[in-house]
Ligand binder design. Structure first.
Ligand SMILES: O=P(O)(O)OC[C@H]1O[C@](O)(CO)[C@@H](O)[C@@H]1O
Length: 103
């Protein structure tokens, strides 16, 4: 479970570094982000989609189908959250939670 914000940035940088040094692969990793803004496009500079791709995902070998970030533009936000919860359960639950700030 990933978060955005300033707290995990240093860790994301280290993960990218380890990957580039050939010490770490994300090939079999599934990620879920804890939140996303409602009503801004995924490619908005402030979205958590943009944050995650710019700071981590585009630099590592993660399979994009293993990246899960809530759709803040879903027609039915409750259903989006419920489906997201189910996807987490289907993936076997959360093994590691990377929080940020006071979360
Ligand atoms: O780590 P920071 O900069 O305090 O940011 C925390 C923010 O990041 C988020 O965790 C984003 O995922 C928010 O929920 C939270 O408000």
């Amino acid at each position: 479970m990933c978060s955005a914000g300033s707290t995990p940035l240093g860790m994301y940088r280290k993960l990218v570094e380890f990957h580039k040094e050939g010490k770490l692969s994300f090939q079999y990793i599934k990620t879920f982000n804890m939140d996303e803004y409602v009503g801004i496009p995924d490619d908005h500079p402030e979205s958590y989609h943009t944050y995650m791709w710019q700071n981590l995902f585009q630099h590592i070998d993660i399979d994009p189908t293993n990246v899960h970030i809530l759709d803040g533009n879903a027609q039915n936000l409750q259903k989006e959250c419920d489906d997201f919860e189910q996807s987490i359960k289907d993936a076997g639950g959360v093994d590691l939670f990377v929080g940020g700030g006071r979360d």
